[in-house]
Write a protein that binds this ligand. Structure first.
Ligand SMILES: [Zn+2]
Length: 184
């Protein structure tokens, strides 16, 4: 399974996760025509927001209503791990298993310079990693010539997207094979 995640939405989601530090951020992902089209932040009202998240019910209802009213589809949910890898915790698995078919995206800020984003599809007894593509066709390079500030913003966005892609690719690599010792 693949999640098409334009760089603009990816950057916005990572910025929200950074702004929420040291707490976890969370929200709703909407899709349109097979790609993520909106990242809808929801307040985290967990008693210990640095160790978990509970979506504020009013925000959640408003986000779902907006998805419905816009004619989008609900793609899934996201949350951040301020100091842990982008792997689903036992609590994440328990929640995700009740929402089969929806993406559970986790942003890890364990290394603040190199955010990691992973998408998971969770079914009872099954944890499946989803590939993320950043949909290069949506990057603003295709627009008219940009000012210096605009070019800097594009470069920064592209760099962030590249970091995410490289980070994802590295995590997806299979372990190196063990080579037999060379014959004498
Ligand atoms: Zn989590």
């Amino acid at each position: 399974m693949r999640l098409v995640f334009p760089a603009e939405q990816m950057t916005g989601m990572i910025q929200q996760a950074r702004a929420a530090l040291p707490a976890e951020a969370c929200g709703v992902l909407a899709a349109h025509r097979g790609r993520i089209c909106a990242v809808l932040p929801v307040r985290n009202v967990a008693q210990h927001p640095q160790q978990g998240f509970v979506m504020e019910p009013g925000d959640l209802v408003r986000a779902l209503y907006r998805v419905d009213r816009a004619g989008w589809t609900l793609a899934g949910f996201y949350h951040s791990h301020p100091a842990a890898p982008a792997l689903p915790s036992p609590a994440d698995v328990a929640v995700g298993e009740g929402l089969p078919g929806l993406a559970q995206v986790i942003i890890s800020l364990q290394d603040p310079r190199r955010p990691q984003v992973q998408a998971w599809c969770l079914r009872p007894g099954e944890v499946e990693r989803m590939a993320i593509s950043t949909a290069a066709g949506q990057l603003p390079e295709e627009e008219k010539p940009l000012s210096g500030a605009g070019q800097a913003a594009v470069l920064l966005t592209a760099l962030l997207a590249l970091l995410v892609v490289v980070g994802t690719a590295v995590l997806l690599l299979p372990p190196a094979p063990v080579l037999p010792p060379a014959a004498p």
